[in-house]
Design a protein around this ligand. Sequence first.
Ligand code: GUN
Ligand code: ZN
Length: 434
Amino acid sequence: MTIEKKAYRAAIVHSIADPAEVAVQASYEYFEDGLMIVENGKICAVGHARDLLATLGSDVEVLTYKDALITAGFIDTHIHLPQTGLVGSYGEQLLDWLNTYVFPAESQFSDPAHAAEVSDIFIKELLRNGTTTALVFGSRHKESVDAFFTAAEKLNLRMIAGKVMMDRNAPDYLVDTAESSYVDSKALIERWHGKGRLHYAVTPRFAPTSTPQQLALAGKLLTEYPDLYMQTHISENLKEIEWVKALFPERKHYLDVYDHFKLLGERSVFAHGVHLCDQECERLAQTGSAIAFCPTSNLFLGSGLFNLPMAERHKVNVGLGTDIGAGTSFSMLQTLNEAYKVMQLQGARLSPFKSLYLATLGGARALRLEDRIGNLHAGTEADFVILDFNATPLLSYRMKQATSLEERLFVLMTLGDDRTVSETYSAGALVHKR
Ligand code: GUN
Ligand code: ZN
């Protein structure tokens, strides 16, 4: 076996705890002149260069980056592959936006060639933005997920995806049936779940587009394969919530619909949750379920402002999601920029260390993958990014004024975007270079 060992020298920071749960200073590790040693796709040491350089053999290559910051690869906990081509579609809120733009675009993914072409663009875009893991909605066609996993497997990426289940309240050309969605999902699970670094997520679109029979079969899949993920949408838009009440009048609240069909659990991620009540947050926490906070999407569709402090009070796991194509950027840095403003509009603060947590370790925790990704501890997979302080003239000039790590991080999260990501590594392999 070939032993491949390399070392990366730069400023290094990674999130090691939720700042909501520990003192801010205890939520991260920072090495101003840091060294990270990577061997066979895993991190074997991270620390001060002065301590670690002496432990390296003279044959080990050391890559040095000036005016740069190394951190863990970003984790996008909510994104739609088949919506890559409709980002920035004008003028509608959720339900009309779905009918006008999303359903026609998603119908094209019955064609494997189209699915392959978009998967390639989509994965390149994730990596250009430093996102090394994503929880991905396909379309209702299994071809979409086959294409995505085929492309992700070639690069040995840690990715999670599922075919959308939707058997009502959508155009005839796009719906499946309860039975066909079960059979198709099962075929994809058998083919992909646990293959390399890939995982499958059972993916009912949202309560209004699934019959009770389909939601029951989604729950059945989760019992048949205990380590599957589940992803769906919840409480994003007020009209949507009214619609769910009308469709499921016997359920106490929106989350109770999913709870009734056994869709809550430690690997369940609910996108948005903008209008959740205390009871719903409590139940999410109790079951270990997570929320994907999608600020650019919530602003773009006029859905509302996610109440992060409320989720924190209830100790609900929260990750960050771009929600392309209702979201307007693949960049998790730009997503944090908008997250900060969503907090500002509610009279709350989002510290740069909480932001770092949300984009990395928080996402890993939401996905129960913190032993593998989302931080740079020894033993984890070498998924990391190199952020370039000189990516643009303004960033470069602004960074020269910054006097602390906190300020530098905040500026990166305000001015940064895909240009800021100079290199992206997955399992120790360079998968993007600007
Ligand atoms: N709710 C149901 N489907 C969707 C979708 O595709 N995007 C968003 N933002 N919300 C949804
Ligand atoms: Zn979504």
